[in-house]
Design a protein around this ligand. Structure first.
Ligand SMILES: Cc1cc2nc3c(=O)[nH]c(=O)nc-3n(C[C@H](O)[C@H](O)[C@H](O)COP(=O)(O)OP(=O)(O)OC[C@H]3O[C@@H](n4cnc5c(N)ncnc54)[C@H](O)[C@@H]3O)c2cc1C
Ligand code: FES
Length: 276
């Protein structure tokens, strides 16, 4: 049951849902697989926050295609048929020293629980939050609560630093700032660029991968990724991996495999609702 819905930015909604057992067991970096109704497809969503006492978990969802738009039509009091989780390996939390958390778009919500855990473990946390434009900025204050420093970038310079998250990270590197770990979550192209940036500096870098997932339990093979030459399943072996070892081009190509059917299914859904 959805207890709270909040619009964080155009096309980005927060849902607080009742899921007491998931709330108890969820750890930073884990996700759920949801199915809206009997005819719905399964999609993975990161557990962005939780409240064990209230028995709730928070999902932050960007509307990109049919299922995420359909979820956007759900409101408080509506029920999501299946919420399966917590799934995946939790993020590796340790005392590293200075940790730079990089979130791109909806990835900002996904880095929040990891940033909080990194801070609680005694790390200095610098969070770089990247958005396309000022109107899409969300959770800057929430990340500030668990970070020593927050840098916001917008592609068009309408808020914060103009440019991409890589530019902000490059600036820290150019200033000779000590960085012991970079943790990136966002579009695969962004995570690839971050990995390419940190590689020559030898900075340990992890990324939370976002391949297409179906069952989320290692059975279907949909989320196959190649890391360090080994075939792994992001849903059970990840989603966090050493970003310098990920075969990014394979991931980027696999993400587009179903683009035509995704588009057709979204168009049909919009037609059925008289939206086009
Ligand atoms: C571990 C993990 C955690 C994620 N956490 C979040 C989150 O917290 N918030 C959020 O907004 N998004 C998250 N995503 C991405 C989200 O699952 C997709 O945006 C969603 O599945 C798109 O479905 P759709 O029907 O709306 O769009 P579609 O039109 O079907 O697809 C649009 C694009 O989304 C991706 N996608 C489609 N189906 C899936 C699928 N079953 N699994 C993964 N990606 C898919 C593909 O790149 C596709 O091209 C996460 C993905 C993964 C793998
Ligand atoms: S989603 Fe099926 S194996 Fe990972």
């Amino acid at each position: 049951m959805i207890l709270k819905k909040e619009k964080l930015a155009p096309g980005i909604n927060l849902f607080e849902i009742k899921a007491p057992r998931i709330a108890v067991h969820a750890r930073p970096g884990q996700f759920v697989v949801i199915r809206l109704h009997e005819r719905g497809e399964r999609i993975p969503l990161t557990i962005a926050d939780k409240d064990e006492k209230a028995g709730t978990v928070t999902l932050v969802v960007q509307e990109v295609g049919k299922t995420t738009h359909e979820l956007g039509t759900y409101g408080e009091g509506d029920t999501i048929l299946d919420v399966l989780g917590p799934l995946g390996e939790p993020a590796h939390i340790d005392l590293f020293g200075t940790v730079v958390m990089v979130g791109g778009g909806v990835g900002v919500a996904e880095i929040y629980p990891v940033a909080r855990a990194m801070k609680e473990a005694g790390n200095k946390v610098i969070s770089i939050l990247g958005f396309r434009a000022a109107e899409l900025v969300f959770w800057e204050e929430k990340l500030a609560e668990v970070s020593d420093e927050v840098i916001v970038t917008t592609n068009d310079g309408s808020y914060g630093m103009r440019g991409f998250t890589t530019h902000a990270l490059q600036r820290l590197l150019d200033a000779g700032r000590r960085i012991d770990l970079v943790h990136a979550v966002g579009p695969a192209v962004m995570m690839k660029a971050i990995a390419e940036l940190t590689s020559p500096y030898g900075i340990r870098t992890v990324a939370s991968l976002n391949p297409i997932m179906v069952d989320g339990s290692g059975m279907c093979g949909a989320c196959r990724v190649t890391v360090g030459g080994k075939m792994l399943f992001a849903c059970v072996d990840g989603p966090e991996f050493d970003a310098h070892l990920v075969d990014w081009d394979e991931l980027l190509s696999r993400l587009t495999y179903y683009r035509d059917v995704e588009r057709i299914s979204f168009e049909r859904w919009k037609r059925e609702r008289g939206m086009v």
